[in-house]
Design a protein around this ligand. Structure first.
Ligand SMILES: *Cc1c(COP(=O)(O)O)cnc(C)c1O
Length: 413
């Protein structure tokens, strides 16, 4: 296969494994369950451990099935390299374990996946300072920067309220200041958007969501786009500077976070995710079309108080989403008018399933304030723009008419 050719998104995913020899001529990458790896002799084993020869050491640090998925994700993001983790949260946690020290400062979007929000609180309590700002406005990000700011962290489309960070301008700001810009791309996925385009240095994907796409495996990935100059990062240990400069950051994260904390992706999960990834473009085209149809129906109904979906012209960042993203995603949320109980509404849905996941083949709904954002309390919820009646929807692959009718009929009480 010709490596140099510029193939399309799906072609690249389908033929990614063939960039390297696949064992026994298998058309699909096998699942390697061995935890340890043997070598010709003891000297060769030593050389693999010393990095003088490439090879696998122990399953916690790398596995052939997982490596194949890492290469696939790198191809999807147009990046330099990827490390996979057991979950999306483990991928975000690896940034902290691998790169942050006491006294460092992080600027994060205040509009975040709930567990990421909780994780920044923990980091703050442990000695790094975290400022949470409204990242839809680059000015607020800039005002929060200090000489100790090492990282700016944002999501593309924030879950659940769908705010879109000022992605391009924050990228320019971070580039000027030499700050590491990390973008959580889970809600767009590399099919709809590559954060490399806005100069992100690292990209996070929860593989559990759209990339795996079938609700059958947990996983996470951290991709180095190759755009961040690691010589500007103050805490790379000398040991990892033996690698070419472009690899410093990932070498340190693989050792200090993946190896030392051990949130490794298992080979069976990697296999499920790799198979799921092959159809992401087809799935997301359908999901985005379904999401727009449901959002338009809800938006036109007087019993609905508010609809949040970047595909609606009334969305505050509709123009930005149109400029940057291939389409508007499969996440939407809405509030019902006073007098309609959100639990009653959810119970009248016939197809949409009450569940906390995202990016599954089936449509999932959840009352946000009572579940995933319950722990943080009403005050923080209000600060994040989350109404007590907010319903989040992760749109699936159902036939469009069935889905629109399901959300409509449940409004009739
Ligand atoms: C789900 C999610 C995560 C965490 O991923 P897990 O695989 O569930 O750990 C992180 N960020 C965003 C935006 C998510 O939706």
């Amino acid at each position: 296969m010709n490596e140099k050719k510029n193939y399309g998104f799906t072609t690249t995913i389908l033929h990614s494994d063939r960039q390297k020899t696949i064992e026994h001529g298998s058309l699909h990458k096998p699942i390697h369950t061995s935890v340890a790896f043997g070598y010709k002799d003891a000297r060769q084993l030593a050389e693999v451990f010393q990095g003088k020869q490439s090879g696998y050491r122990y399953g916690r640090q790398g596995n052939p099935t997982v490596s194949a998925l890492e290469d696939k994700v790198t191809g999807m993001e147009g990046g330099l390299s990827t490390i996979c983790f057991a979950t999306g949260m483990a991928a975000i946690g690896a940034v902290i374990q691998g790169l942050l020290r006491e006294g460092d400062h992080v600027v994060s979007s205040a509009f975040l996946f709930g567990n990421t929000n909780s994780m920044w609180m923990t980091v703050h309590a442990q000695g790094a300072r975290v400022s949470m700002v409204d990242a839809t406005d680059v000015k607020l990000v800039e005002e929060a920067l200090t000489p100790q700011t090492r990282i700016v962290f944002v999501e593309t489309i924030a879950n659940p309220r769908t705010q879109i960070a000022d992605l391009k301008r924050i990228g320019e700001l971070c580039r000027e200041r030499g700050i590491l810009y990390i973008v959580d791309n889970t809600m767009t996925s590399p099919y709809l958007f590559q954060p490399k385009a806005v100069h992100a240095g690292l990209v996070v994907n929860s593989l559990t969501k759209s990339i795996g796409g079938h609700g059958n495996a947990l996983g996470g990935a951290l991709t180095d786009t190759g755009l961040y100059d690691w010589s500007r990062y103050p805490h790379i240990a000398d040991n990892y500077k033996k690698n070419p400069q472009a690899q410093w950051g990932m070498a340190q994260i693989r050792a200090k976070a993946l190896r030392d904390f051990g949130a490794s992706l298992g080979p069976e999960a990697a296999h499920h995710i790799a198979v799921g990834a092959e159809t992401i473009a087809l799935r997301q085209d359908r999901e985005c079309a379904n999401a727009l149809a449901v959002a338009q129906m809800l938006d036109a109904d007087p019993r609905v108080a508010a609809v949040y979906y970047p595909g609606l012209p009334s969305h505050p960042q509709h123009a930005l989403a149109t400029e940057l993203f291939r389409s508007y995603g499969s996440l939407l949320s809405f509030e019902l008018k006073d007098g309609i109980d959100c639990f009653d509404y959810l119970n009248r849905l016939q197809l949409a399933v009450a569940s906390s996941n995202l990016g599954d083949t089936r449509t999932l709904v959840i009352p946000v304030a009572h579940t995933i954002f319950f722990e943080m309390g009403q005050e923080r919820r209000a600060a994040m723009g989350i109404a007590e009646s907010l319903i989040r929807v992760s749109i699936g692959l159902e036939d469009t008419d069935d889905l629109v009718e399901d959300f409509r009929q449940a409004l009739d009480s």
